[in-house]
Design a protein around this ligand. Structure first.
Ligand SMILES: NC(=O)C1=CN([C@@H]2O[C@H](COP(=O)(O)OP(=O)(O)OC[C@H]3O[C@@H](n4cnc5c(N)ncnc54)[C@H](O)[C@@H]3O)[C@@H](O)[C@H]2O)C=CC1
Ligand SMILES: O=C([O-])CC(=O)C(=O)O
Length: 308
């Protein structure tokens, strides 16, 4: 199993590290445009192999896509991150050109690959990859919901004063400060609805804290987060590589599911060796449907800024 990660910055390197530590891939190629940077990150990570007990071979490349040839999975993290006070959508001007060029270079050398898009604004970048590569829709996956759901569970556990392993919940919708739809109605603590333990008011606070999870970290760090994003990507990569058939909310091209078409937005999917093996349709209530439609309107507005 060969995995390429484009962008050896904060998220790309974290993602490569978690993939390696989980020890399921034979090879990870890190590629970056900055001379020597990916090679340096790869060497540093390889020097953790004997300490962390993995056999994955990590190599680096400066813009040489021949090194990525025949990758089973390619992850795109190249592009600029936001700074405090910015929205993800403001990154479109620079990141669209990068994502378009990178995805074209990747499929030239790995025509059968599955692409995972991370660069922001992620739902729109995922849509761009669909529009410009023509890869089958099962093989283009945007990562956002896995991360947002992890943050939701963190906030739920905090509010419930419960261990995170006792908590389950999912965030669908767009990966944006306003567009996320944390499904509080379906969140549980060990199969018991969380509303049995906390007030609606506290749950609403959990929902709001989840939606601004990325912005909160950007305010604290001065740039956006990387540990949980890297871990979330590694989860998707592992689900595909190991044919786990796990359900993760991912940004995928919809064709009528959830009453939406011609956009990529977060919905639960089954991930396996073929990429997106099934889109899971949950029965939403009226408020959730309205929130999902608002979220889709936001994603469509950003998609409208693309020069296709
Ligand atoms: N979807 C999600 O949940 C998340 C998305 N992100 C996004 O991921 C992206 C990367 O974030 P960070 O790693 O923190 O940024 P970073 O600045 O640390 O790393 C980005 C890397 O991309 C490289 N790069 C730029 N243009 C390139 C090109 N044409 N080819 C190859 N490499 C190129 C840069 O040299 C840099 O090393 C940002 O757009 C950020 O908003 C970050 C966290 C979560
Ligand atoms: O907040 C950002 O800009 C990066 C990101 O998508 C996240 O951490 O959720």
């Amino acid at each position: 199993m060969k995995v390429t990660v484009v962008g050896a910055g904060a998220v790309g390197a974290s993602c490569a590290e978690y993939i390696a530590i989980k020890n399921f891939a034979s090879e990870v190629v890190l590629l970056d445009i900055k001379e020597g940077y990916a090679e340096g990150k790869a060497m540093d990570l390889m020097q953790t192999a004997s300490l962390n007990g993995f056999d994955t071979k990590i190599t680096g490349s400066t813009s040489d896509y021949s090194k990525t040839a025949n990758s089973d999975i390619c992850v795109i993290t190249s592009g600029i991150p936001r700074k405090p006070g910015m929205t993800r959508e403001e990154l479109i001007g620079i990141n669209a050109g990068i994502v378009k060029a990178v995805s074209a270079d990747l499929i030239k050398h790995s025509p059968e690959t599955i692409i995972i898009v991370v660069s922001n604004p992620m739902d729109t970048m995922t849509y761009l990859v669909h529009k410009t590569t023509g890869l089958p829709k099962e093989r283009i996956i945007g990562m956002g919901g896995a991360l947002d759901s992890a943050r939701f569970k963190y906030r739920l556990a905090e509010a419930l004063e419960a261990p995170i392993s006792d908590v389950d919940g999912m965030v669908i919708g767009g990966h944006s400060d306003k567009g996320m739809v944390p499904l509080t109605r379906l969140a549980t603590r060990n199969s018991v609805p969380v509303t049995a333990f906390i007030s609606q008011e506290r749950l609403d606070q959990v929902k709001e804290d989840t939606k601004v999870g990325g912005a909160t970290l950007t305010g604290l760090l001065g740039t956006s987060a990387w540990y949980a994003p890297g871990a979330a990507v590694s989860g998707l990569v592992q689900a595909i590589a190991c044919d786990q058939k796990k359900i993760y909310p991912c940004s995928v091209l919809l064709n009528g599911e959830y009453g939406l078409s011609d956009l990529c937005i977060g919905v639960p999917v089954v991930l396996g060796r073929n990429g997106i093996e099934k889109i899971v349709e949950i029965e939403l209530n009226d408020a959730e449907k309205a929130h999902m439609q608002e979220s889709a309107d936001g994603v469509n507005a950003t998609n409208g800024l693309l020069e296709l």
